[in-house]
Write a new protein. Sequence first.
Length: 112
Amino acid sequence: MHTLRLRHDVSGEQLREIQRYLDEMPIEYVLAGLRFSYRRWVAKEHGMLMVGRRSKVRQEVEMLTPEQARWRLENWSRMVRLYREKGYSYPTIHRIRKALLSMLSGNSNGQM
């Protein structure tokens, strides 16, 4: 039996929750979850946590005039290159295009 040391104060309920995860889940899943949480925490602490996909789409579309949206769609290959330089994934870029098309058609509920 190994002992787990925690550097932070933990309530009895939190300790039971941690123990339940360790007992019920395979250790690979526990470690994968901890790695993900740790990387996200580090990114947040260093101010590098990226905004979510919906915020990116909203940010790229919300302040545009219809003329600007039309220009972006007419010059889409150039815009894709720009979005990729910003680090956007292809699914996010597709959602931006869909929101632009929706904006021009007058349908405001298709922005996400």
